[in-house]
Design a protein around this ligand. Sequence first.
Ligand SMILES: Nc1ncnc2c1ncn2[C@@H]1O[C@H](COP(=O)(O)OP(=O)(O)O)[C@@H](O)[C@H]1O
Ligand SMILES: [Mg+2]
Length: 279
Amino acid sequence: MICSVKIEEAFYGERKVLEDIDFKVDEGGILAIVGESGAGKTTLGRIISGLYRFYPLRYSGTIELNATVDVIPQNITDSLDPIFTIKEQMLEIDSNLERIKNTLEIVGLDNVNEILCSYPHNLSGGMKQRVLTAMALLRAHLLLADEFTSALDMITKLKVVGLLKKLNREKGVSIIFITHDMELLDFEGDMMVMFDGNVLEKGSIEEVKASPLHPYTHFLINSTPKLDMHYTRQRFEEINIDRKFACPFVESCEKAGEICKKEKPGLKQIGGRWVRCHF
Ligand SMILES: Nc1ncnc2c1ncn2[C@@H]1O[C@H](COP(=O)(O)OP(=O)(O)O)[C@@H](O)[C@H]1O
Ligand SMILES: [Mg+2]
C-alpha cells in the first residue's frame, strides 16, 4: 500500500465539499478519479498532496502515505524557480541529461536544447506546463496528475498518458490520475467516480467502463466524444439531475423508488465493486 485515504468530511469555510471518501492505492497501482467540474477532484488531490494548507480548506480523516507525492499541477502556479535555467532545475531531479531531453520530447517540446538553456520567464505558459510535467515524471514514485492535460493538445495528451503507462509498467510508479475525460482511461487500474463531493462508484477501470452500475457513470461514459467519430454526429447521453432529492439521479434511473427521494444511499459492495445506490 502506497497511499491510504479516509476522509470523513472536508470544508472550504462552512461549505462541505467532500464526504465519506475511502480508498487505497497499492504499490505500483493506478487509481483514476473521474467526474465533472466541481465534483471535488482537485480538492481531494490538495488533501492527498498536503497542498490543502495553502487553501481555506480543512478536513477530518487520515491520509497515510508511503512515498512522497509528486504533483503535475492543473494550473501553473510558478513552481519554477526564476533564477535558475531549466537545465539547472532539471539536473537537480535527474543527473542523466539524455533522459531529461527524452522526457522533454515526450511531453511534446521541440528544440529541447534551447529550452534547457532558458529561464522560466523565456517560456510561454504552455511550455512551462510541459516542463513541469516532465519534471514530475522524472521525480515520480507516487504521481498525482490533476487534469495535467488541460493545456495540452490531444496528441500530446495521449503521448503523456502513454508515458505514464510506461512509467507505471517499467518503473513501478504509482499513479493517481484525475480527469473529467473518460477517453483518456485506456489503461488498467481502478477508478472512482465522483459527484458533488461523494463517491458514486468504484471498481476496476475495465469492469466499470464495460458495465457501469450507476446511471451517472453510464452518462459520463456515453457523453465522452469518441476519437473515431469525426464523421458522425456525436450523440450525447442526457441525464436529469435534481438536487432536491436525496439521490439526485432519481429521475434518470430505471430502478429508483420512493426511498431514493428521501434517503441518501450509502456505498454498497457488489463483488469487487462499489456503488452508491439503494438497489
Ligand atoms: N479555494 C477555494 N475556496 C472555496 N471553494 C473552493 C475553492 N476551490 C474549490 N472550491 C469549491 O469546491 C468544490 C470542488 O471543487 P474542485 O475540487 O476544484 O472540483 P473539481 O476539481 O472536481 O472540478 C467546487 O464547488 C468549488 O467551487
Ligand atoms: Mg479540478
